[in-house]
Structure formats: C-alpha cells, structure tokens
Design a binder for this molecule. Structure first.
Ligand code: GLN
Ligand code: ZN
Length: 754
C-alpha cells in the first residue's frame, strides 16, 4: 500500500516564508532573495517527505501567498488594472494579493474569502467579459522540474477548473460556463506539457464537489471533465476532494476516466456509504483520506485500520490525509515547554507523515511492525484528558430551562429601558480601544517578568481611566474599559480556563503572511478564576454611565481553538458556555449592568451543506450562547457582536440567540442586511456599524448622519443603536478619537431632528 499527501504547510517550520515575504514587502530583500528562500523551502519539504517514506509527493502546493491566486495567475485571470501597472510578474502577483499604491498606480487588492470550512482565506479570482483564460504561467512546470533535478519525482497539484470558476466573481455578463471551453484548452495544454516533462500523475483539486450542487452544476461538471479528460493521453489524473463528501457527484466522478479518486473519510460523513451504495470501478485507485489534515491529535490506528478494512474491500487504496496539511502546524519538535505526556498525543504535519508511514507498515503486516500498533493502542488506552467529573455532570444535568432566559425579550426591553434610562439611538463602541505600542509593551514586559503585577495593573488602570474620561468627554452613552489587558480575544480567556493548553511555535497560515496559533482544548473546561471582573469593576467606579462588561462567547472560543476529538463539539461548547456563564454572573454580581458576549466567529464552523446547518451545528451552537446568559436578571442587558453581516441566511437563528442587543459590521456591505432584518421582523435591538474601522479614514458627521437615516428607513428607532462596526484595537489614537466624536455628534443631530 502506498502513501500520499494532498499538500504541505509552505510557510516553513519556523515561518521562514512569512518573514522573508514580509522583508520583501518592506524592500529589505530583493525578489531574487525571496525566490531563493522559496526554492530552499520547497526542496527542504520535498526531502522531508521522501525521508518520511511518502510515496506520492506533491509539487505546486507551495505559494508565496495563496494557491488559488497562483492558479488564477497561471491561467491569465488578472484584471486589466493590475496588468496596466506593468510591474514584474512577482509584483503584479503581490498587487493582486495586497493592493498596490506607488509610482505605477493605485489599485486595491482582490477580495479575500474564507476557504470552505477552514480558517484559511483565499484570494477571490476576478473575471470580467474581457478575461482571456489561457495558460500563461509556468510555476507548475518549474516546481516539477526543480524537484526532478533534486532526484524527486513529484505529482503536480492544481486547483481544478470547476472549483476555480465556481469560486471566482464575475463582473461582466459572462458566467462560469462561458469560460469552460477556454479552461479545457488551458488545462489540456498543461496536461500535455507535464506529460512531456515526464510527469506520471497530476492531482486536480476539486473541493467544490463537497458543496451542495444543483443538478445543473452536476451536469456542467460532468461535461467539463468529459471534454478535459479526452485530452489526457498517458498522464494519470487524480480527482482530489476534501472537507466533506461528494454525495452529489459520486456517480459522475467514478464514471469519468480518472485514474485516481481522492475522498475524505474524516469529514466526509457519507464517503463510506457512497462506496457501499455505488461501488468503485476496478480500474480506479482510491486515495483514502484517513489521517485528519485539520486537527492536531494523533491518529487512532485501531479505528483507522478498521475503517481501511472496509474501504479496501472496494478496491485498491492509497493512504492519504483528509485534506492538505496546510491547516496544521509544522512540527512538534519545537514545542519544548509542553510535557512529553501531553505532546505524545499530538501529531502536527511532520508527525502525520510518520503516521501514514506507520499505517503502511502495519498493513504491510511484518511482525516487527506490529509494535507500532501496540504502542498506539496503549496511548489511546491511557487516561488522556484532564477529566473534571463535576463539569461533565453539570453538562449532563442541563435541562431545557437552562437555555431559556425569562421574562421574554420584549418584557426585558421595557424593564431595561426604565432602569438604564438611555437616550434614543444610544451610542457605544464594540470594546477595544487602540492597542498602542506602550499597551503592547506593558503586556510583554509583564510576561517576561520585567515588571511585577502591581506595576502591570497600574498601567492598565491608568489607560482605562484615560479611556473612560475620553468617552465621557465626547458623550458616549454606554462605555467600555478598552481591553488593554488582552492579547487575543480567545487566548485571553483560554489562559484563565482549566483544560486549555498553549503552544510555542504551532502556527497555522490564515492567509498570505498571516498565521494564527490556536490554543488546544486538552481537557474538561472550567473557569479557574474570575477573568474580567476586576478591570470591569474598576472601570465602573470611574463613571456614572453604564460600563459594558466584555466577554468572548463559547462558540467563538471553540471555533478558534483546536477542539478535542474524544467528546463532541457540542459537549465542549457547553462546557465553555458554563465557564463563561460563571463569569457573566460574577460581573452582574459586581454591579455590571450591561454585558457583551462576542461571537465574532459564530459562522466559522457552519457546515458546508445547508442540509447539515441545523442538525450538525446551529441546534447546539445557538443554545450554547443562550446558556451563557439565561440566568441573568431581567435588568441586566446582554449584548453580542459579530464581525460580519453575512448572516441573512441564518438570521432567525441569530434572533434566537435571544441577546437584548446585537452589533455587527454593516458599513461595507451597504446595509443590505437591514432588509433581511425587516423581513423577519427581527426582535433583538441592533447596532449596525455606522463606519468601517478597517480603514484609517475618519468619517464625517454628515456621512454618519446619512447612514443613521438609512438605518432608520428600515428599522424602528427604538430598536437602533449607534456604534462603529468592530473593535478599535487595530486603529491609531488620533483617527479613533476623531471618528468617535463624529459618531456621537451625528447621533445627537439625528436625535435632535426627530
Ligand atoms: N470586543 C472585541 C473588540 O472590540 C470584539 C473583537 C471582534 O469583534 N473581533 O476588540
Ligand atoms: Zn468585530
């Protein structure tokens, strides 16, 4: 049995690619120097795959920014405005990725979007009626040759035409199908050239096949590949899918003359059923994704072998990862602080290669290899998690009424109105204020032990006092403390929760040169100490206006962590919800009357298929949020916040979170969401962001007034709040102060005019 992977983390063991690329952006190194770093990393990674015994080694999975963008550029999908800059190919590429402002012109970047159900983001190819899709690049050939020179035979990988054209945006009259013929020609040429170079296999990624597809789309896919595969000659083609199962196209997929089919058996809940129901033609090699490419836990060999036995009865199998290893950190080797008893349970990218190799050896059935299996079994038999029986009991004991806050929303609204005595169109912010260098330094110094806790806290208190004074001075109605003590909205809470672990170097690419280091949920979650109470309470002593407490919600904490695999996501989230509930009640007991529970990442794990939205996710995610606030007094006002307004399709679920107030980003999406709110008679009070905090631009009073009027055209005034569209931590002080002053003035002017 052979082994294969779909892709490898290109950013490098210690994020070498990120640092080199950023140096290039700052003009500290030349294009040649950057290219050299890229080449070195590619070679190092191929060598590593060889050493770990991987049989099918990908090339073309490397990228200076994003592989979808690479494919677009390879195929000449570059809008005119970027071509007209007349920059070098590398700089044109970066202009597409990041925008360009300089002597050659001024262009914004392509849009960036979440890549399927991952926390990776891709650049959205932009197509207009003038776009001439044709093979113009050579990166895929260069990479193949480079590896060949190093004596390594690779399998080039490329994003397939169906997914590429489905993910692109279209600015003219033409649609995806109008580019199929050109795509067939271009991919046909690519196949021909690769064959000439001595290539044996090509991996064509078609992750869009795991989405809900209409019968029309299925037909289009089929026609596209019938024509394309007619051109394949002797090159063997692997149709690689991941992030789910291909229930809409399985039959078409196996009827088409692909030599290999790549299916995901980790996230693809129906993959095995599909094999069982429709079989697999004899001439096909099945690349079975059985090692999880998204999570960091060791593979359970016994379970995998049992699964493989079933899969193998349908045909010849290659052991594969479930998706590219892009989504896991590079290697465990650099985790020096975590104990061995802990890291023993983890497998990052390099360790996953070893797992594939282990499984191959075990299946090879040599007696000496069975010790690999025995070791793995004993690992899984160990008491692996820090168990907290009390937490599990608490979750088990939850009943319907724990998820229901009483009295109902409308009744609470009038109680809170009487108590809080806020003006109409109350003004507030989303929580954080600018994280200046001094603010970050204060945290860094404390972490390194350069200052003691008293000094650290005194600095934060001074910042809070300054922040509160400013908010009072300009006349905001509901104040915040500014979040100067927080590094990250998940890590900050994780640090005070038992059951969480933190890594040192376990970075994962989020987009381009940006990487994140998600914490790991290791055991049962409980709150080890009050988290935000002291700072919120202190801030409240400085003002007579309501001070809003600021928390991160359980769904967001879960979605930005590596979750456990031994219990369900639902159960983990409920544990988190109980911990945050304690914090909510603590804040309330300490005089905080308004509490915001951020659910910035609520949408993150929404299943790719709409049929799964409720049963697989929303049916527990929304209740988990309700659990957090169900026990507060009617007088306590609960806010929530979301960073995007793409929730028209789950709007009823958002209303069912039963918060008293929700704020969200709206300025950039031209307030489209308001129609949806109106249509379902949205009950929760809303603060659609009235200006965009992602830009340093200061909005004028008139502009904000206009936006408020637009909002009031759609929503009843007693339901509307006025606030920026997200936290202010990434902004400078000057623009923040100017923008907020204008926001308050605008709200006052609108109130005056009513
Ligand atoms: N309260 C957080 C802040 O203001 C919310 C962050 C977010 O929405 N991502 O920074
Ligand atoms: Zn936000």
């Amino acid at each position: 049995m052979k082994t294969s992977i779909i892709g490898f983390p290109r950013v490098g063991e210690l994020r070498e690619l990120k640092f080199a690329t950023e140096k290039y952006f700052r003009k500290e190194i030349t294009a040649e120097e950057l290219e050299a770093v890229g080449k070195e990393l590619r070679n190092k990674h191929w060598q590593l795959l060889v050493n770990q015994g991987i049989d099918f080694i990908p090339s073309g999975d490397f990228s200076f920014f994003d592989t979808t963008l690479d494919t677009a550029v390879l195929l000449n999908i570059v809008p005119k405005k970027y071509q007209e800059l007349q920059l070098s190919p590398l700089d044109t590429y970066f202009a597409l990725a990041r925008g360009y402002q300089g002597e050659a012109g001024d262009v914004t970047a392509l849009a960036m979007k979440k890549w399927f159900n991952t926390n990776y983001h891709y650049m959205v190819p932009e197509i207009d009626d003038e776009t001439e899709l044709k093979l113009v690049g050579d990166s895929i050939f260069t990479a193949f040759n480079e590896a060949k020179e190093a004596g390594i035979k690779t399998r080039p990988t490329i994003l397939g035409p169906f997914t590429l054209l489905k993910l692109a945006t279209y600015h003219g009259q033409k649609k995806a199908e109008d580019f199929y013929e050109a795509a067939i020609t271009a991919y046909g040429q690519l196949i021909q050239q690769l064959t000439q170079l001595g290539c044996e296999w090509l991996q064509i990624d078609e992750p869009a096949l795991v989405l809900d597809l209409t019968p029309d789309e299925v037909q289009q896919f089929k026609k596209l590949y019938q024509k394309l595969l007619a051109k394949k000659g002797t090159l063997k083609i692997l149709a690689q899918t991941y992030y789910g199962d291909v229930r809409d196209t399985y039959q078409e997929l196996v009827e088409l003359p692909f030599e290999g089919i790549g299916l995901d058996f980790v996230e693809g809940r129906k993959s095995l059923d599909l094999l069982e129901n429709y079989g697999l033609p004899e001439d096909k090699l099945l690349f079975a994704g059985i090692v999880n490419g998204k999570n960091i836990w060791k593979n359970n060999y016994q379970e995998t072998l049992a699964l493989l036995e079933k899969i193998q009865s349908f045909g010849e199998v290659v052991l594969n990862t479930s998706c590219s290893l892009l989504h896991v950190p590079f290697t465990l080797v650099n985790e020096l602080v975590l104990k061995k008893e802990v890291t023993n349970h983890f497998a990052f990218a390099v360790e996953k290669l070893a797992e594939l190799n282990d499984l191959k050896k075990i299946i090879g059935n040599k007696v000496e290899n069975q010790s690999l299996l025995t070791a793995n079994i004993s690992l899984f038999n160990q008491e692996r998690f820090s168990k907290n029986g009390q937490v599990a009991q608490q979750v088990d004991a939850l009943t319907e009424k724990d998820f229901i806050r009483l009295p109902v929303l409308a009744e609470r609204a009038s109680i809170q109105k009487n108590k809080l005595r806020l003006p109409v169109l109350p003004t507030t912010t989303i929580g954080s204020f600018p994280q200046t260098i001094e603010v970050k330094q204060n945290r860094a110094k404390f972490k390194k032990g350069e200052i003691d806790e008293d000094e650290y806290t005194a600095f934060n208190q001074a910042k809070i006092a300054e922040c509160v004074a400013f908010q009072e001075e300009i006349g905001l109605d509901v104040l915040v403390h500014g979040e100067f003590e927080r590094n990250d909205m998940v890590e900050y809470f994780g640090e005070s929760l038992d059951g969480y672990l933190f890594t040192e170097k376990a970075w994962v690419q989020s987009y381009g040169t940006r990487c994140v280091k998600p914490p790991i949920i290791w055991g049962d979650i409980s709150r080890s100490r009050p988290i935000t109470v002291a700072y919120s309470q202190y801030a409240q002593t400085l003002t007579n206006k309501p001070m809003k407490g600021m928390l991160t919600g359980p769904v967001t904490i879960l979605n930005w962590s590596f979750p456990r695999e031994d219990i369900s996501l639902r159960e983990s989230t409920l544990q988190l919800a109980l911990a945050i509930q304690e914090e909510v009640l603590d804040l309330e007991a300490n005089g905080i009357e308004i509490i915001q529970i951020d659910e910035a990442a609520l949408r993150e794990k929404l299943p790719l298929r709409q049929t799964d939205w409720h049963s697989e996710y929303l049916d527990w995610a929304i209740p988990a949020f309700r659990l957090v606030h169900s026990k507060v007094q009617p007088t306590t006002q609960i806010h929530t916040h979301m960073c995007y307004s793409e929730f028209a399709d789950i709007i009823q679920d958002i209303d069912n979170m039963d918060a008293d107030v929700i704020s969200f980003e709206a300025s950039r999406s031209s307030l489209d969401i308001l129609d949806a709110l109106k249509a379902i008679d949205f009950q929760t009070q809303v603060g659609p962001g009235v200006y965009d905090i992602h830009s340093p631009r200061v909005p004028s009073v008139e502009e904000i007034e206009m936006t408020i009027h637009n909002i009031l055209n759609k929503l009843p005034i007693e339901k509307v709040w006025v606030n920026p569209d997200c936290g202010l931590k990434t902004r400078g002080v000057a623009e923040t102060e100017a923008s907020l002053k204008n926001l308050v003035l605008a709200a006052k002017k609108v109130r005056g005019g009513i």
